[in-house]
Design a protein around this ligand. Structure first.
Ligand SMILES: Cc1cc2nc3c(=O)[nH]c(=O)nc-3n(C[C@H](O)[C@H](O)[C@H](O)COP(=O)(O)O)c2cc1C
Length: 401
């Protein structure tokens, strides 16, 4: 068991997770795509930003909470959808959702999760639940899942729009990693060399529900292994357009969020199609290696739609100060992906809670240094430089929408 008290920051949790997980699984979580440039840039962009200090304004009473979609959250962040939490820990999604509930923040379940939305609803009734969808070419299959989330009363549908081109994750090929598992020697050796993980995670699945699978998928896609012929992954929806977002809008009765927005034009198109929120995201550097860091494009997006929808940012959050910087540039909240996954790998709910606490303590300290007692006191005045982020090429028209 990892001594969580000795994990002082997210990077300590990351190192502990690396020791506990098979290499293929760890690298799937940790790495980016191709050369890892976008992954590094996400960190570099936050690190470039410097803040002004401001003391002696009575910091004794403070509140890190805010309102999202008309309801309070205790901290200005939530859990991003990640398909693999259930490989970090047995029923890792439930552990993560419980940590989110205890912290009073929203939890997003990835459609690729190993735990079903029905099970999360049952096990964690009191968390704010968002369901993430990658639309499939088989639209009927997508709607089967969306219908279930709708009927369970989930608060938001998060449609991620960046999947169609596929991912250049060479490390997965090298490590023989895929989910559902594809039988191969490299992955088998990797897993057997991590008996602790096999015992803590895999054994429990095999004893209780059998080989883990994409528990939210319609039955016909719920494979336990891939054979590359009859048992393959469902195809992403390459023919998708904004019309299909409008269709989701018409179908989904509650909040609709479009994830993977990286320009003002695309943000406007999302809001015009009926989105209540957008997630400014480059998928944590896991999708397109030439993608801009989200914090650098955030001002353009806030200017385009900040008064018409809830702007959320993710990608690269590892320190509480990163969250404060995003809020100062106009994000209403952020999502964290890897930070809480590392935590989950180290201690299930307790590990995820440790990650949340680390970020929240760091954030609170940053509030103290910049002289803010509440989120409404965070704004561009906290930046040290006139252009805190790299300026972007101005776009005049909506031609890219
Ligand atoms: C292991 C892993 C799996 C992910 N799976 C999904 C997914 O199924 N759907 C999705 O929209 N985003 C997915 N993401 C992206 C996250 O939602 C989020 O955009 C990203 O992790 C944010 O960057 P960060 O990890 O630096 O916080 C995944 C991220 C990771 C690390």
């Amino acid at each position: 068991m990892t001594n969580l008290d000795r994990c002082y920051n997210i990077f300590d949790l990351r190192e502990a997770a690396q020791r506990r997980l098979p290499k293929g699984i760890f690298e799937y979580v940790d790495k980016g795509t191709e050369d890892g440039i976008s992954l590094e840039e996400n960190r570099a962009a936050f690190q470039r930003i410097k803040l002004r200090t401001r003391f002696l304004n009575d910091w004794s009473k403070r509140d890190l909470g805010t309102e999202i979609f008309g309801k309070r959250i205790n901290l200005p962040f939530g859990i991003a959808p990640t398909g693999s939490a259930g490989l970090m820990w047995y029923r890792g999604e439930v552990e993560l959702a419980r940590a989110a509930a205890a912290a009073g923040i929203p939890f997003t379940l990835a459609m690729g999760a190993l735990t079903s939305m029905e099970e999360v609803t049952r096990a964690v009734p009191d968390v704010r639940k968002w369901f993430q969808l990658y639309p499939w070419a088989d639209e009927e299959g997508s709607y089967e899942m969306v219908t279930r989330a709708r009927d369970l009363g989930w608060e938001a549908l998060v449609v991620t729009i960046d999947a169609a081109p596929g991912r250049g994750r060479e490390h997965n090929e090298r490590n023989g990693y895929s989910f559902p598992f594809r039988p191969n020697v490299t992955a088998a050796v990797d897993m057997t060399m991590h008996p602790g993980w096999m015992w803590r995670v895999m054994r429990k699945y095999l004893m209780n529900e059998g080989m883990p699978t994409n528990a939210n998928f319609p039955e016909r896609y719920r494979h336990t292994v891939l054979d590359g012929k009859t048992r393959t992954r469902p195809k992403p929806f390459q023919a998708m357009t904004w019309e299909h977002i409008r269709k989701f809008r018409d179908f989904w009765p509650r909040k609709l969020i479009v994830k993977s927005i990286l320009s003002g034009d695309q943000a406007r198109a999302a809001v015009d199609a009926g989105a209540d929120g957008v997630v400014v995201s480059n998928h944590g550097g896991r999708a397109f290696d030439s993608a801009i860091a989200t914090i650098d494009i955030l001002p353009e997006i806030v200017e385009a739609v900040g008064d018409r929808c809830t702007v959320i940012l993710d990608s690269g959050i590892r320190r509480g100060s990163d969250i404060v910087k995003a809020l100062a540039l106009g994000a209403k909240m952020v999502l964290v992906g890897r930070a809480t996954l590392y935590g989950t790998a180290c201690g299930g709910q307790a590990g995820a809670a440790r990650a949340i606490k680390i970020l929240s303590d760091e954030m609170e300290r940053t509030f103290g240094y910049v002289g803010a007692r509440q989120i409404s006191e965070i704004g561009p005045h906290i930046f040290a430089h006139r252009d805190p982020v790299m300026s972007v090429v101005p776009v005049k028209s909506r031609e890219y929408a």
